[in-house]
Structures are given as C-alpha cells and as structure tokens.
Design a protein around this ligand. Structure first.
Ligand SMILES: [Zn+2]
Length: 238
C-alpha cells in the first residue's frame, strides 16, 4: 500500500466562508507606532480572515434561527463577508453602521445615534465598545434604538478575574497596547461589563458561545471555536 502524496489534509472548517481548511492563521497584532507582532496560535481563517467571534455569531444566528424571523437587524463595524450574507438574507431589514468605515448604510456615532428609538429587533455589536471612551453613552444608545423585546449580542475582549480597567490619561498607542491589549483600545473589560450594560437598561445574560451552540467538542475544535470567550446577550424589556 503506497501512501497518498501531495493531497493536503483539510481537517478544519470555517462556517463563515464555508470552506474546508488546512490550518488556522496566526494574528498579527498592531502594538502601536507602526509596530506589530505575530501572536501565538492560529486564530484567523486563511481564506476569509475572520476571527473566532465571527464564526461564533454565524453559528449563533443559525442555531437560534435568528434570520428566519426576518428581524430588523443593525450591524456595527460590519465584517465584509458577514455583511454580504446578512444582506442577502434580510434585504432592506438589514442596516450596517460605523463612524469611520466606508460603504456602510449609516455613518453613526454610537454614543449619539440619529436612529429613531425602538427601530431594531436585533443588534450585533462586536469589538466596538472597547474603542469608545464614553461606553456608557454607547450602551444607552444601543438600548434606545433596540425595540422592546429585542436582543443585542455584544462582544468585547474580556479579561476574566479582573475588574474593568480604564485610564483615559493613557493615549500613546504602545502604552495602550501594554495596558489594554491593543493600540487603539481605551480599556480592558472584566466580567463587570454586565453591570454597565444593566445600568443602560438591559436584561443581561453572560454566556460562552461554545456552550450554547449545541455542538459536540469535535465540531468546536474543527471550527476553532472552543476558546471560551464571554459574550453578552442583552434584551430590552417589553
Ligand atoms: Zn473563512
């Protein structure tokens, strides 16, 4: 029996771009002032360049059949590949927003949006709040534009076992990397982000995506989403 030669193994799968993959690509992090460093471990899909968090939300939307209810969906800082899929599924019910990114439907400052109160049934806001100095204003605005009974899924980097750490006197990008983990972050959240979200009016449920997707461990490994990242489901009371 001869060995099969030259056929690459494709043991992994990206649920975002729906491709089988040979490996996961390490992330090169901006550490400020033109410097970057390659982080240990593979995290990115080498084809669509999305992180765990994007794989997570794709599987979350599928598992809970969110799109089938045709929600009015507001997407902050949209990942391009996810935007294409959501727009195809939801049409004009789907709205993208960002303050800086080109090509979004609405250019909005998350701390003072021009969107009408109670306008959306579902909000996806991933890795935005850690960039916003007045995050309490942003959380209040997320609550305001969400319709009663609606859900916001909020993802931020969280360091478990510590309280939220912020110091607005730190503005140098390299110092921000040292203190907050990335050159353009203004804080490092702890699990007490829950209290800030509750103060904005939400009913908050912290959860690990890997625990709610209903997938066996081998599937979590295959899709590289086994890492425990705390997420927050934020519901506006009816
Ligand atoms: Zn992919």
């Amino acid at each position: 029996m001869g060995k099969t030669i030259g056929v690459p193994a494709l043991p992994y799968y990206c649920p975002v771009c729906e491709n089988k993959l040979p490996y996961w690509q390490p992330f090169r992090r901006d550490i400020g002032n033109g410097k970057s460093r390659l982080e240990p471990g593979g995290r990115l899909c080498p084809l669509c360049f999305t992180f765990e968090r994007t794989r997570h939300i794709v599987l979350y939307l599928k598992h809970f059949k969110i799109l089938e209810a045709k929600p009015r969906f507001l997407h902050f800082a949209p990942e391009n590949i996810l935007e294409g899929r959501l727009r195809a599924a939801l049409g004009s019910q789907y709205v993208t927003t960002d303050l800086f990114k080109k090509g979004v439907d609405r250019k909005e400052d998350i701390t003072k949006m021009t969107i009408q109160t109670n306008s959306f049934d579902f909000i996806y806001c991933s890795n935005v709040l850690e960039h916003i100095p007045d995050d309490r204003a942003a959380m209040s605005e997320l609550h305001r534009v969400l319709a009663p009974g609606g859900t916001a899924i909020i993802q931020v980097p969280i360091k478990e076992g510590q309280k939220t750490y912020e110091d607005f006197s730190i503005t140098d990008p390299e110092a921000r990397f040292q203190h907050f983990g990335q050159a353009d972050h203004v804080r490092w959240y702890g699990p007490d982000i829950q209290e800030r979200l509750e103060a904005a009016g939400f009913e908050v449920t912290p959860f690990y995506m890997a625990d709610v997707l209903g997938l066996p461990p081998a599937e979590l490994e295959r899709m590289n989403i086994a890492r425990k990242e705390l997420c927050h489901k934020c519901v506006k009371k009816k």
